[in-house]
Design a protein around this ligand. Structure first.
Ligand SMILES: CC(C)(COP(=O)(O)OP(=O)(O)OC[C@H]1O[C@@H](n2cnc3c(N)ncnc32)[C@H](O)[C@@H]1OP(=O)(O)O)[C@@H](O)C(=O)NCCC(=O)NCCS
Length: 222
């Protein structure tokens, strides 16, 4: 994929355009409206934000995609942990979706993450999409959700071989993902063009199914 699209780190003067792009891409996709633009806004000043890995995709001088990263970790039952990283929001403007921009941007960020010495990327995402990019379900590495269950949406990309050979545990994402009060989102959203909230769309139903899928492995005696 070239199509005149380049990637570079997001800089401060990109913030407003990136927020609008995120809001446009996510609007009504998982829930009526969205909160990802407010998440992006809060993330940039959060202690877990990884600015050197947060990128924009540029076409003819305009931002057509973006990806943001934060610190995360895998915590074992005995309290040991290993540092990982997590991306999201990741968004491509609807006019440029399904052209390979998202895949190319994610792959570019994974190469950069490896160069920067990170060990593994752990995300919640769509297995069909991220599986194609080399992500595998957490169960392969004995990695669970915070509730101790395996989930098809919990996906792992290894940057350093063998990183999970001696540790398994549950995934802990940055607290920034859990600090998005509805009233703050609504207030922030007032700074964006009006947009209709749609209920019960196909993508929202698909999202509900995905986030409710999890399972616990029970050891069976031999
Ligand atoms: C998800 C997203 C970043 C992918 O970027 P993109 O540039 O459209 O993706 P690519 O062109 O690299 O890949 C397109 C393929 O991914 C598929 N795809 C896109 N979103 C998908 C999803 N949520 N679940 C499964 N597959 C998906 C497309 O159907 C297409 O498949 P095809 O090649 O078989 O037709 C972009 O579609 C987007 O911004 N979506 C809205 C926001 C969002 O859902 N972000 C991700 C949250 S996990």
């Amino acid at each position: 994929m070239d199509k005149g699209i380049t990637f570079r780190r997001e800089i401060e003067s990109d913030n407003a355009a990136a927020n609008l792009l995120i809001r446009t891409a996510f609007w009504n996709v998982s829930v009526p409206g969205c909160d990802e633009h407010y998440l992006a806004h809060k993330m940039r000043t959060h202690v877990d934000y990884l600015s050197d890995l947060s990128l924009v995709a540029i076409k003819d001088g305009e931002i057509v995609g973006c990806i943001m990263y934060t610190k995360s970790k895998i915590v074992s039952a005995d309290g040991n942990f290993i540092d990982t990283i997590t991306f999201g929001p990741v968004a491509v403007h609807p006019n440029f979706q399904a052209m390979g921009v998202g895949s190319a941007m994610i792959k570019y960020s994974l190469v950069l993450a490896r160069e920067l010495g990170h060990k593994a990327v752990v995300i919640f995402g769509y297995p069909r999409y991220y599986g194609r990019l080399g992500f595998r379900c957490g169960e392969k590495y004995d990695i669970t959700t915070e509730e101790g269950a395996f989930a098809p949406s919990l996906m792992v990309y290894i940057l350093q071989k063998g990183v999970f050979d001696n540790i398994s545990g549950h995934f802990e994402e940055s607290s920034v993902f859990h600090d998005l009060p509805e009233e703050e989102v609504a207030l922030f959203d007032q700074g964006f063009p009006p947009a209709e909230k749609l209920e019960d769309t196909k993508s929202q139903r698909e999202f509900q199914v995905l986030i409710n899928l999890s399972y616990k492995c029970i050891d069976t005696p031999v």
